[in-house]
Design a protein around this ligand. Structure first.
Ligand code: M6R
Length: 366
């Protein structure tokens, strides 16, 4: 059932090219600039008249929601708030019938997310679900939705659910941008063509598995790790840190790279590995200077860069290259090496990768 892989997590990491392709298949026609999503089409006026979109989710799905915020605001110019479902439901939030709530959940059974949906519905908001499990409680409780087509995710550490959630959110953002006219027809088309290249690019990236293993071997005994990224890749830094802590039990924190000087830089010494996402688009020079600051304090740097990069290669201890794509789609690629690194560190430490201690696949209690 693990298809020849040692763990479900590794199998699911390797399933991502297919999962991403299955998620956009039949939904986009890149040559015509069309994105078909009946859940959006049937409710377009709700999205177009919304004062804002509120995204509610937990854990990795919340990280996908943060990428969604960057996508929606950048492409469709709709204000977005991203909330932990558990906070949202208990803080007497202001919700009106002019709000659109998007709930993201792989399992469709997360208790806090379900409760947040019920609250939003009781205040008259339109609630849209992005779930992986067909017929799940959240899929049934929402007014409309769009499924991710990741296939069953067994490993407790979410991998392919994350990248397929980002795929669905990208399609929704592009669709809304098309309807609102915030992106030209040719711009939408160019994005769709680029999105179609992602599965093959993920395939290429999976070939860095051996390199990830070597790097994992160097840092497996670290007690603490930092993950840094900016813009679209700030949520990827958070997700990278979560992946490492939940399966290897190494303490890790994700930060927006520029926040480092406001505190975390105090932690940097020769024992602190720092994983930095430094792709060529999106504040590259700023990230390079963050990397220099770490280096001058003897921190160890593992950088995820765009292929052909020369500057970071000079400074970092290790670099992993990703193929070039639109900045908005880089999370779909930068996530992959971080998943592989966490996986190998956990395996080398002898941890139970698929069923880490204290965790359940779906959190149906508050
Ligand atoms: O099924 P959901 O997407 O609603 O689950 C949300 C979180 O419990 C989940 O993402 C959790 O954080 C994972 N273990 C992360 O790998």
């Amino acid at each position: 059932e693990k298809g020849g892989y040692d763990h479900f997590m590794l199998k699911e990491i390797y399933e991502q090219p297919k999962a991403i392709r299955d998620t956009y298949r039949g939904r986009m026609l890149p040559n015509e600039g069309l994105i078909r999503m009946s859940g959006i089409d049937d409710n377009m006026s709700k999205f177009l008249n919304a004062d804002r979109i509120i995204i509610v989710a937990c854990g990795t799905s919340w990280h996908a929601g943060l990428v969604g915020e960057y996508l929606f605001e950048d492409m469709a110019r709709i204000p977005v708030e991203v909330e932990y479902a558990s906070e949202f439901r208990y803080r007497n939030p202001i919700i009106t019938p002019k709000d659109v709530v998007i709930a993201i959940s792989q399992s469709g059974e997360t208790a806090d997310t379900l409760a947040a949906i019920k609250l939003a519905k009781s205040k008259g908001a339109f609630v849209f679900g992005v779930c992986n499990v067909v017929g799940s409680s959240i899929a049934r409780e929402t007014h409309a939705g769009a499924y991710t087509h990741a296939g069953p995710e067994i490993g407790v550490a979410s991998t392919k659910a994350f990248t397929t959630q980002i795929t669905v959110l990208s399609l929704i953002a592009l669709k809304l941008a098309q309807a609102k006219g915030t992106l030209s027809k040719s711009a939408v088309n160019a994005y769709l063509q680029t999105l179609q290249q992602i599965p093959n690019q993920v395939e290429t990236l999976l070939k860095t598995n051996e390199q990830a293993k070597e790097i994992a071997n160097v840092y497996k005994n670290a007690k603490n790790c930092l993950y840094l990224g900016r813009g679209f890749n700030f949520p990827v830094a958070l997700e990278g840190a979560l992946k490492l802590k939940e399966i290897s039990y190494i303490h890790a924190e994700g930060y927006p790279a520029a926040e480092m000087k406001h505190g975390p830089i105090a932690l940097i010494d020769e024992n602190m590995p720092v994983f930095v996402i430094a792709t060529s688009k999106g504040h590259y020079e700023k990230v390079v200077s963050n990397i220099q600051e770490i280096k001058s304090r003897s921190g160890k740097i593992v950088a995820v860069v765009t292929e052909g990069d020369e500057t970071v290669k000079e400074i970092a201890d290790h670099v992993i290259e990703i193929p070039d794509t639109e900045e908005a789609f880089t999370p779909l690629l930068t996530t992959i090496p971080l998943q592989l690194l966490s996986y190998h560190i956990a395996v080398m430490l002898g941890k139970n990768v698929d069923q880490p201690r204290n965790l359940a696949k779906s959190v149906t209690v508050e």
